[in-house]
Design a protein around this ligand. Structure first.
Ligand code: SF4
Length: 292
């Protein structure tokens, strides 16, 4: 059993997004549902308190500004605890310099410590992204940029929708070459993503458990990576080992380690429904009317 020095919680405030980008590794879209409410945000922040190691909170999505009032109230709760708060956004709300400033002023007043803007040809949001960054600079909010180039191995991560839509556009490598997980510290995660359904993601769709069923602090304290049936093989030898343990994959070649990992995990979901979840990480939202 590991004591995990988890210091950052990343809330997927909603799966809903203004866009449905091909390179998204969450299936965010205007049709996606399931947003947090403040009660559940606070409940998980309290769990962060209980862990005693958390001092940084991010709000992501989907597009977190679609839940603007909740975003403000949540950042306020985070700052009240003395922790840092950051937001990742596509800046669709910043279509003019004035609207950018209007939305950011209250966040600046709360002491937001990072506004990271997804800004690339795949998002097609150059104007709003520039407005958001300029307004943030004016208000003293530090900014960052996430820039992804289609067709560039190592830039797009081919999981989620990106695996479905873009993986065929790059040359593949033999599955046996993907011998490590390149992006996540699965043995000792310093941050996890939390969604409104309670899932605690080590990587999108690969979960530690459900924080609505078991308190987050208990999940983290009892997390045993080697005993997790999917994480264990990934730690032992990357997605290639996962393939060996559960049967060789369907294709000879894959775009990257994440493409192979995601393909294998998609096939294993029925076997481990409580560890490979939820649907929103594996498929387009099925029914826009039938959710929260
Ligand atoms: S290899 Fe798998 S677990 Fe690691 S970052 Fe890629 S998709 Fe996530």
């Amino acid at each position: 059993v590991n004591e995990v020095p988890l210091n950052s919680l990343h809330f997927l405030l909603t799966y809903e997004c203004t866009e449905a980008c091909e390179h998204c590794f969450v299936f965010g879209s205007p049709d996606a549902r399931h947003a947090f409410d403040l009660e559940n945000v606070c409940r998980l922040l309290d769990e962060g308190d209980r862990l005693g190691t958390v001092d940084s909170i991010y709000f992501e999505g989907g597009e977190p500004f679609l839940q603007y009032d909740l975003l403000l109230a949540s950042v306020q709760e985070v700052r009240r605890r003395g922790w840092s708060a950051g937001v990742v956004t596509n800046a669709a709300w910043a279509d003019t310099p004035g609207s950018a400033a209007e939305k950011l002023k209250p966040l600046a007043a709360l002491g937001l410590s990072d506004l990271t803007v997804s800004d690339d040809p795949l998002h097609g949001n150059t104007g709003p992204a520039a407005n958001a960054r300029a307004a943030a600079r004016e208000l003293g909010i530090p900014t960052g940029t996430i820039h992804v180039d289609a067709g560039t191995t190592g830039s797009v991560m081919y999981r989620g929708r990106a695996a479905e839509k873009l993986a065929g556009q790059v040359p593949g490598q033999h599955w046996s070459t993907f011998t490590r997980c390149p992006h996540e510290q699965l043995d000792n995660p310093e941050r996890v993503h939390l969604d409104a359904l309670g899932w605690v993601h080590l990587c999108q769709g690969l979960v530690m458990g459900n924080a609505l069923a078991t308190p987050l602090s208990d999940l983290v304290r009892t997390y045993d990576p080697a005993a997790h049936p999917v994480v264990g093989p990934l730690l032992a030898g990357g997605p290639a080992e996962l393939a060996r343990v559960f049967g060789v994959p369907e294709q000879e070649t894959y775009a990257d380690a994440c493409h192979l990992c995601f393909a294998l995990r998609s096939r294993l979901r029925s076997r481990y429904p409580d560890l490979l979840a939820p649907d929103q990480m594996y498929a387009e939202p099925p029914d826009p009317e039938g959710s929260l």
